[in-house]
Ligand binder design. Structure first.
Ligand SMILES: Nc1ncnc2c1ncn2[C@@H]1O[C@H](COP(=O)(O)OP(=O)(O)OP(=O)(O)O)[C@@H](O)[C@H]1O
Length: 507
């Protein structure tokens, strides 16, 4: 068929039990352009792309490549046609090497022609050509999120994809990795690659895309050239209303210090010191933001407080008691909430129903259970009203959680953690993958909890989020707190420098 000059999806409809995920959707992308595909959580973006990649069969509609109808009935067929996809939750097998993962998509003529050395050689070439620095012999489980994404990209390049779908590619990347990805995108677009770019980060959409297509409730609602729109207009079309993000008001009084970390030291999974003498305190009624480029100890910090990470020196006091190295359950019982970084595997049990994940931490307690008997009516009512309150888009509360869109899984976790009304909450990247209207909602909820006297540790790389919500911002760099500043007086460029390890006045 040759290179893809244009790809068109015409009148695509896809239903799941109880949901119309796509309804007569149309989409067109040409070689050398970036089309941003936007929409709220659950609007149908990933479903549409999964159809294009041969993972789902649509109920109706057609896909045309260079004007000719094609039948894409498997990812292998999509790859053969030149369509590559980098998924939101990567599709790599962690226990296999990079080479083996890339080879999984290759159609060898027979098992005798399966030459993994040749595959590894080609991966090396591609990695060099695209400045990706990927070692084909490493196991996927030993790679960072950013590196795994590069493997997905290399897999597409191996198949000479020239239409690439990137589903929230920057959601879990560091700012530096994001810059690298955008630079790489520009280079491949200049060579004629067509790209469909899904993102909730509207400033990025404005920066990289040529055109925008917005879906709402599974239908096309807005289509424009990027140069003819702005962030407010995009947000309004996604949500169907104006969206305004809240900011914390300045407080003069806070409650007592409820979480106190004193000289905390911990090693990461590779045995290297990830926390190197952390001193911090969080007061009741305050949001303490942690700024830092991910990988500087914030994961270990959050997990040490939540009981998932051993510390080998120091104390973590919660309501006066040293909770360092106590069990997760003991810490939960004492009143700690936790929104972890990995929503699908740490935040939920993916095969459990939405309602089961919503009450996971408390199902044996009053009011969900009475004398060890589950009160099913209460649980159903509670979960239905939580779905409404948090606007979780799901067919019903019995749907398995893994069938929800990424942002909606995040809402399930947040609703569970906030509604338990813990005394302290560790929130790691709470808006990762969440649409802008839900960001507004989540931020309002976090501020409400703060005003209700909750002590909140907010870990995020989004500087706007940190400045809008925090009372104080602590900057973490290489496992140490470099500085703690008043968020109301924070200046983005100073924060950026601190995050890079540069402290004013230091030589
Ligand atoms: N395998 C599935 N089984 C049942 N329902 C599904 C399945 N996949 C998606 N859905 C439903 O289809 C709708 C669209 O989901 P989709 O993942 O396409 O949304 P999205 O726009 O990509 O959202 P997000 O931004 O949160 O990733 C949602 O209501 C979702 O629950």
């Amino acid at each position: 068929m040759g290179k893809i000059q244009s790809m068109e999806m015409v009148d695509i409809t896809k239903t799941f039990p109880g949901v119309i995920a796509n309804k007569d959707v149309n989409l067109k992308v040409e070689s050398g352009e970036v089309l941003a595909l936007l929409g709220e959580n659950g609007a149908g973006k990933t479903t549409l792309m999964n159809i294009l990649y041969g993972l789902y069969k649509p109920n109706g509609g057609r896909v045309l490549i260079n004007g000719q109808e094609v039948n894409i009935d498997s990812p292998q067929k999509a790859l053969e046609l030149g369509i590559g996809m980098v998924h939101q939750h990567f599709m790599l097998v962690p226990s296999l090497t990079v080479t083996e993962n890339v080879a999984l998509g290759i159609k060898f003529k027979s098992k005798f022609s399966m030459n993994l050395d040749r595959v590894a050689e080609r991966i090396k070439e591609l990695s060099e050509l695209h400045k990706m620095n990927i070692n084909p012999d490493l196991l996927i489980s030993d790679l960072s999120v950013g590196e795994r994404q590069k493997v997905e990209i290399i897999k597409a390049l191996y198949h000479e994809a020239n239409l690439l779908v990137l589903d929230e590619p920057t959601a879990a990347l560091t700012p530096q990795e994001t810059d690298q990805l955008i630079e790489w995108l520009r280079s491949v677009i200049a060579e004629g690659m067509g790209v469909i770019f899904i993102s909730h980060k509207l400033n990025e959409v404005m920066e990289v895309s040529d055109r925008v297509e917005v879906l709402r409730d599974g239908e096309n609602v807005f289509s424009t050239k990027t140069s003819e729109t702005n962030i407010d207009e995009l947000a309004r079309n996604m949500a169907g209303r104006d969206v305004k993000l809240p900011t914390a008001d300045r407080k003069t009084e806070y409650g007592e210090e409820i979480v106190q970390l004193e000289n905390v030291w911990a090693k990461n999974a590779r045995g290297i010191d990830a926390l190197r003498g952390i001193n911090l305190n969080i007061r009741k009624g305050e949001i303490l933001g942690i700024a830092g480029v991910s990988g500087n100890g914030q994961k270990e910090l959050a997990e040490a407080i939540a009981g998932l990470q051993k510390i080998y020196k120091g104390e973590i006091r919660f309501k006066g008691e040293n909770i360092a190295n106590k069990s997760v359950q003991q810490i939960i019982d004492k009143g700690m909430g936790f929104v972890p970084e990995d929503r699908l595997h740490m935040g939920t049990i993916p095969g459990f129903k939405v309602k089961e994940n919503m009450i996971l931490k408390d199902y044996l307690r009053d009011p969900f259970s009475k004398i060890f008997l589950l009160d099913r009516t209460y649980i159903n009512d509670y979960c239905k009203s939580t779905v409404d309150e948090y606007d979780v888009k799901c067919p019903n509360i019995n749907t398995p959680t893994h069938a929800l869109s990424g942002g909606n899984i995040q809402k399930v976790i947040l609703s569970r953690e906030l509604k338990r009304k813990p005394d302290a909450l560790i929130a790691s990247y709470p808006i990762r993958g969440v649409d802008i209207a839900s960001v507004q909602y989540i931020h309002e909820k976090l501020l409400e909890a703060r005003d209700d006297d909750m002590a909140i540790l907010l870990i995020t790389e989004e500087l706007d989020e940190l400045i809008n919500l925090s009372d104080r911002i602590a900057v973490i760099y290489e496992g140490q707190i470099l500085d703690i500043i008043d968020a109301r007086a924070a200046d983005k460029s100073k924060l950026g420098l601190l995050m890079a390890g540069v402290k004013e006045g230091a030589s």
